[in-house]
Design a protein around this ligand. Sequence first.
Ligand SMILES: *[C@@H]1O[C@H](CO)[C@@H](O)[C@H](O)[C@H]1NC(C)=O
Ligand SMILES: *[C@@H]1O[C@H](CO)[C@@H](O)[C@H](O)[C@H]1NC(C)=O
Ligand SMILES: *[C@@H]1O[C@H](CO)[C@@H](O)[C@H](O)[C@H]1NC(C)=O
Length: 573
Amino acid sequence: MLVVFAFLFLLLRTEVTFWILPRPPRFPSAQTLCPTSPPYPSIISPSPGRFNWRNITQHYPVDIFAELPATRFPKLPRVQFDFEEDETPLYHELMRKRRQAAVKTTFERSWKAYKDYAWKQDELLPISGGLKTTFGGWGATLVDSLDTLWVMGLRDGFNEAVQAVTEIDFSPEDGELNMFETTIRYLGGLLAAYDLTDCKDGRLLEKVMELGDMIYMSFDTPNRMPITRWSAKKAAAGEPQSAAAQGIIAELASFSLEFTRLSQLTGDMRYYDAVTRITAVLAEQQNSTKISGLWPVGVNVQKPDLTTDNLFSLGTMADSAYEYLGKTYQLLHSTGATASQYANMYSSAMDAVITHLLFRPKTPDNADILMPAAGRVNDRGTVDLDHTAQHLACFAGGMLALGSKLLGNTSHLDYGRKVTEACIWSYTHAPNGIMPEMFRMTPCPTHEPCDYDQQTSERQQFPGFEQVTDARYMLRPEAIESMFYMYRITGERRYQDIAWSMFEAIEKRTRTGLANAAIKDTSELELEDSMESFWMAETLKYFYLIFSEPELLSLDEWVFNTEAHPFRLRAQT
Ligand SMILES: *[C@@H]1O[C@H](CO)[C@@H](O)[C@H](O)[C@H]1NC(C)=O
Ligand SMILES: *[C@@H]1O[C@H](CO)[C@@H](O)[C@H](O)[C@H]1NC(C)=O
Ligand SMILES: *[C@@H]1O[C@H](CO)[C@@H](O)[C@H](O)[C@H]1NC(C)=O
């Protein structure tokens, strides 16, 4: 009797769910457009024959998921300069195309070397032709370069790369994964490539979902804060892991763009829900930190407590936490309460950045520039600035410029310009025309002009550079990134001219027999056998885009993640 009842009950249950839910959509392998609203019910990946991360039982599952706001419609202010009003002289067009072709040639050379010597590996060693495993061993450079191949019109290379991507296996392996890098490089790279195909290439969506399922498992903690250095092997075996007591703000707060896009594309709200929980913590604690408005570099993710540490920065270990606030607001089309939360957090953070973290360096030419610094709050509660410039922090110029348009604050464009100019200044005045990784500058007392006297000059290693503390150039993108934003937002062609000099300097100084290599010491030009995946993902993409027609990846239609992977803001027409 009991058995019959149980059977009937089960049957009924199945039937009922069947009646209530619309039929699950076929996996969109032949989609023609990106969805304009999240698919309902959500798309389930077929994942044939793959390790399925959804099969692993969570210790702390979520019952009710936060949902993306139902409607998304474009009501954001225009970001890009109105280039149509601007007539381009013919000679300028010719020059632009020649420069763009040169960037593409450099990319093709690096790509070929990667294919020949390090295919499907994380990184090519550009001097020895060896290879290196840095980020999980799934082919960081392969995935990171997908969208650049597409954007440069290298469709054969793109197809070949996508084919190789279908062979990646995200099943659990030994070793600790950096989930921030996994998200921005791999998940971001896959999402952007899928978006660029107009959501037509279901192979990419499958991979996106497989990886998404894996990354989601790293949020399986009592308070749903992520385990930012995570072992897939332990997770698969059901062994407990905890979030970091000594974590890093950028690693905690840089999932929002990728996860929001992932929920938009699949209708699976687990991702949006996961970042909403982080966002709530950021919002709640933003005014209780030692510099109200900013979050310190070091955070206790386990508790979570973001209020204890006293070091604040826009550079390493903090950067994208700030970058993603304005960009996620944009990706959400400013719709809904969470979008407002991002906008408010961004505004408060930038007020504090402008008040506390930007300084005017003393330069021989009294340049009107502002450099981001790091600040440490001392026992008296005041901020001691460390006037060390970081190449990484150069992204802030572009962030401020984009934010000025999104949130309508013209003064931020001014600040964005001055930060971008500080990085340009550093390139132009550094030995060999390349900005080093880190160097101390001498501050003016305020943002106003100040004297560059004999004494200052004697204290400096090079004019304007007090002391170069890390002379490397690691093929980084942040300066050209901000110049790209400034060009697309102001329409000023001088940014293209400066970009060209920068490109020439970098290409000439970093070129090896195979590809391009990092520089160990920018003043002596000794090379290091390293080419991180961001060289092809970011640096060369931004160089290419600053010389492209402004409609290519327009800032009104795309938002770039922190690894330069573009996500679609609007369905194509
Ligand atoms: C794992 O998930 C797949 C669906 O992809 C399913 O067919 C399979 O039965 C699951 N395996 C286990 C052990 O639950
Ligand atoms: C933090 O302060 C800003 C003003 O500086 C305010 O707009 C915001 O609402 C405050 N946030 C919280 C959570 O109190
Ligand atoms: C613009 O930004 C500045 C600096 O962050 C701030 O002081 C000012 O209140 C903002 N203006 C508006 C209209 O929001």
